[in-house]
Design a protein around this ligand. Structure first.
Ligand code: NAP
Length: 339
């Protein structure tokens, strides 16, 4: 019989944790047992896995005994607090937070791009930021064919990127607006309904936000391209789920629009949706709940003729931007016997 593994989901009641549980089931991950961990707010809550009810338990230092793989999704401070206990229990942690992403000892992996980096792990593998993953899955085949020299990413990020509470806040604002009630603002800096907010994460000294610099630094690390020139502007929009991004790239070698379409039509994890005359282009409404990153509106950048291209992508950042990417990493670990 094939080997099975004990898996713990840390942050099992969150936007990402919930989807992780369903993805483990969908992809028939070889699970022996599942431990669902969250805060005291969630003790006793129930989730369903393969038709069976599982109770959520309190995350403690003793939660990891006998666990093989921890899918961590309870935020960076919790990952930092519990990583020693996870490693002491000889479990592998695949971490969704920003806690270890830029640590030189920790591989940062997108399975379609750098699966081989999993082999370098010392107990921790980091899952990249969701905006970064959605942007770069379609960039990899272009980079391999023509070397991307420069990339400018402008994001249109869904409320669910701020977790279950972010999604709930936008839904509540819509209900309150329809009922002519005052709108509550807690999770975002301003009312998100009928608005866009150019402020995701904290502002840094260089005027960029931390989220924007994650796109820059993580892309370079994952693509093994420290010299790539990257800038990013990250915007929150009143979309419930799935991030979209406008991406401008400048390549070393010239590629025609048709060549790019051909490359992307067979790229893993990518769906080419590019027929504007028939109103076919990626949109977050339709990317929600899907595994692939959708790419379209591919055209020459007329401000950079010859070597410039503009593209538009949409992808479900809870699935490919977090939960699915983490489970794919776990699959590589098992396939290559890295645990
Ligand atoms: P979320 O919906 O707010 O869920 C947070 C989870 O962490 C909940 O299960 C929560 O449990 C648990 N938690 C919080 N404090 C805890 C504590 N002190 N002890 C134990 N458990 C605790 O957040 P999310 O969106 O799922 O994000 C989770 C992580 O994934 C974050 O690091 C985030 O940056 C990252 N991420 C999120 C996305 C996204 O699109 N949402 C994408 C990529 C990466 P309770 O329910 O008991 O509070």
């Amino acid at each position: 019989m094939a080997k099975e593994y004990n898996v713990a989901i840390m942050g099992a009641t969150g936007a990402v944790g919930e989807v992780m549980l369903s993805i483990l089931e969908e992809r028939k991950f070889p699970v022996k047992g599942i431990t669902l961990l969250a805060s005291e707010r969630s003790i006793g809550k129930e989730k369903v896995y393969k038709g069976k009810k599982l109770k959520v338990e309190l995350l403690t230092r003793d939660s990891f005994k006998g666990v093989d793989i921890v899918l961590a999704s309870a935020g960076a401070s919790i990952s930092k607090e519990f990583v020693k206990d996870i490693l002491a229990a000889n479990a592998l942690i695949i971490d969704n937070s920003s806690a270890f992403r830029m640590d030189k000892e920790v591989p940062l992996v997108v399975p379609e791009i750098n699966p081989e980096d999993c082999r370098l792990h010392k107990g921790i593998i980091a899952n990249p930021n969701c905006t970064t993953i959605i942007a770069i899955v379609p960039m990899k085949p272009i980079h391999d064919a023509a070397k991307i020299k420069r990339m400018v990413v402008s994001s249109y990020q869904a409320a669910s990127g701020a977790g279950a509470k972010g999604m709930a806040e936008l839904e509540q604002q819509a209900r309150d607006w329809a009922a002519n009630k005052p709108l509550k603002v807690e999770k975002f800096a301003y009312q998100l309904l009928w608005n866009v907010i150019p402020h995701k994460d904290v502002f840094m000294e260089n005027g960029y936000t931390k989220e924007e610099m994650k796109v820059v630094n993580e892309t370079r690390k994952i693509m093994h391209a420290p010299e790539m020139q990257i800038a990013s502007t990250c915007i929150r929009v009143p979309v419930l789920r799935a991030h979209s991004e406008s991406i401008m790239i400048e390549t070393e070698k010239k590629l025609s629009v048709d060549e790019v379409k051909k490359l992307l039509s067979k790229a893993p994890g990518v769906t080419l949706e590019d027929d504007p005359a028939n109103k076919k282009y990626p949109m977050p409404l339709f990317a929600s709940g899907k595994d692939n990153v959708f790419v379209g509106r591919i055209r020459e950048d007329i401000s950079c003729p010859g070597n410039g291209l503009n593209l538009w992508v949409s992808g479900d950042q809870i699935r490919k931007g977090a939960a699915l990417n983490a489970v794919q990493i776990a699959e590589i670990v098992l396939k290559e016997n890295l645990k």
